[in-house]
Write a protein that binds this ligand. Structure first.
Ligand code: ADP
Ligand code: MG
Length: 243
């Protein structure tokens, strides 16, 4: 397997607290990997380090053939190669939904407004939100906002999608529509690393699952194995506590 994204022995501390303690992971093109683990285990920090929103203390991160952990790289250029969606506050409240979706294409990638808007409208149509294109995000439901945030993340054809618990702030009845969109992207061959607490979803969609605890990957494997027959006691305890 030649990895599209490869992290090797990544360390990250905040003050005295070692949050990532030598994490290594690889993501192949078109692979969907779920990151699970207790709150505070370092999932968000890992995702933020991978796309250079946080500097790492030690280790190496390769995206394709590029060492993106080299301090000389331009972080903005690297970030433009990722699409990231967080739990909250994804959309700019003062911009229309369409402007949210097209902003990065226009400002970061230099796409013309016309082309960016054609593409943006096609994406919004695909998720059934074309009629909301001119609205501000606060006119959308939480599920619609997260779907628009996902569409914004894919609008520039990023190489890797990073999703950080994108359904955890949603009312339960809105979770399904967001997970359905992720499922579609996965079926279309997107490369996705997603922190999630939706175990059934991870089991269904991920090709591989990593269980993080205390800043290390305790166990990883195909979902059927990791959920069906976890090897490590810590994994078993964590899964036993899941609803
Ligand atoms: P998870 O996403 O798995 O819940 P996080 O990566 O958010 O875990 O957090 C891991 C640990 O790092 C937590 O103890 C958290 O308090 C700490 N942490 C995260 N971000 C910061 C920060 N910017 N400053 C200080 N501590 C942080
Ligand atoms: Mg988190």
């Amino acid at each position: 397997m030649s990895a599209l994204l490869a992290a090797t022995e990544v360390w990250k501390s905040f003050g005295e607290r070692e949050v990532l303690r030598g994490i290594s992971l690889e993501l192949a093109a078109h692979e969907v990997v779920a990151l699970i683990g207790p709150s505070g285990s370092g999932k968000s920090t890992l995702l933020r380090c991978l796309n250079l929103l946080e500097p790492i203390d030690d280790g190496r991160i390769l995206l394709g053939d590029d060492d993106i952990s080299d301090p000389r790289v331009k972080a903005d250029r690297v970030r433009a190669r990722f699409g990231i969606v967080f739990q909250h506050y994804n959309l700019f409240p003062h911009l229309s939904v369409l402007d949210n979706v097209t902003l990065a294409a226009r400002l970061v990638h230099g796409t013309s407004r016309r082309v960016a808007e054609e593409r943006g409208m096609a994406l919004l149509e695909r998720i059934g939100l074309a009629d909301k294109a001119k609205e501000h995000p606060d006119r959308l439901s939480g599920g619609q906002q997260q779907r628009a945030a996902i569409v914004r993340a894919i609008a520039t054809d990023p190489e890797v999608l990073l999703f950080d618990e994108i359904t955890s702030a949603l009312d339960p009845e809105l979770v399904g529509e967001v997970l359905d969109l992720v499922r579609e992207l996965a079926a279309d061959g997107a490369t996705i690393l997603m922190a999630t607490h939706e175990m059934a979803f991870a089991r269904d969609v991920a090709h591989r699952v990593l269980f993080l605890d205390g800043g290390v990957v305790v166990e990883e494997g195909p979902p059927a194995e990791l959920f069906g027959a976890p090897r490590e006691p810590r994994t078993r305890e964590f899964l036993a506590r899941m609803p």
